[in-house]
Design a protein around this ligand. Sequence first.
Ligand SMILES: Nc1ncnc2c1ncn2[C@@H]1O[C@H](COP(=O)(O)OP(=O)(O)OP(=O)(O)O)[C@@H](O)[C@H]1O
Ligand SMILES: O=P(O)(O)OC[C@H]1O[C@](O)(CO)[C@@H](O)[C@@H]1O
Ligand SMILES: [Mg+2]
Length: 324
Amino acid sequence: MAKEIKTIGVLTSGGDAPGMNAAVRAIVRTGITKGYRMMGIQRGYNGLINGECYEMNVRSVSEIIHRGGTILYTARCLEFKTQAGQSKALARCKELGIDALVVIGGDGSFMGARALANQGIPCIGIPGTIDNDIACSEYTIGYDTAMNTAVEAIDKLRDTTQSHDRCSVVEVMGHHAGYIALNVGIATGALAVLLPERPFDFERDILARMRQTQVTGKKHFIIIVSEGVISAQELANQIQATTGVDSRATVLGHIQRGGSPTVRDRVNASLMGYHAIDLLDKGIYNRVVAMSGDKIVDYDVNVALSMHKTIDMDMLEVANSISI
Ligand SMILES: Nc1ncnc2c1ncn2[C@@H]1O[C@H](COP(=O)(O)OP(=O)(O)OP(=O)(O)O)[C@@H](O)[C@H]1O
Ligand SMILES: O=P(O)(O)OC[C@H]1O[C@](O)(CO)[C@@H](O)[C@@H]1O
Ligand SMILES: [Mg+2]
């Protein structure tokens, strides 16, 4: 028997991602349309523990579909990882009358949602992270915008790199996942793409590829490195010391997390937000919303958290074959 839900809370958690606002908008408006009271919880699980929340109406989410960041703010909450923190959050849900929760965030945030679900609060997770590292979903909200932001920046770097016959080593985000690096590497025509999924070999991945292109007259080089493989500055120093090519390092950093979401992020966030409320409305609880092909699907939270995702190494082969 489905539990009766009157009030649904929504929060954003972990790193922010462009499109989170579009998801919040869809969740709040779908919820209100279906007759629920909607509560916005600020600063992720911190806000849940502290009771930082407010009732939202259809106008609370006006003028946000095009805005990056999250109007609900976000946080990483260490206390919530503890049993004591989770008990406080549960007590707060009871006090505020929050019967169910929609959590927009990454895998860590879904572990938090599962902890609450195990204590009787129906939860739905929506993948919101630029890293695209949610195993059950082919796509995460913010991923497309982040890649476009990185491409725009690297196109600019290309101009100056070419003008000076230099090598640019560019570090992109990814948090142990090379999805941003691989796609951005192909989209910018980078000579080399270094992924966390593949052990790095300086001679094979950099030097041999530089020599091969130098023979055909190439004098400037773009190298994309996913965060954590090697520091961009260290790699640029090594390249300059070994090849004599003047090299510079650029860390794109948190620029990749901001900005107005792309069409793809806005549309997927809207579809996922609607789907999350639709599940709760049908009495289907403790699911993670995901994308499979161009369809919105959902998985049991335990299944979702036990899944693994692998990067398409054929794409690296394509990148390496074309950038010569
Ligand atoms: N094992 C866990 N149990 C309970 N709560 C957790 C757990 N792991 C993470 N959380 C909660 O979720 C929050 C966000 O997790 P985390 O920092 O891993 O980010 P994320 O949701 O994976 O997003 P991203 O990696 O994109 O920044 C944590 O600060 C914590 O409050
Ligand atoms: O600086 P912060 O907020 O801890 O986030 C850094 C991490 O967040 C991510 O951007 C994901 O949001 C990762 O790629 C990165 O490692
Ligand atoms: Mg994560």
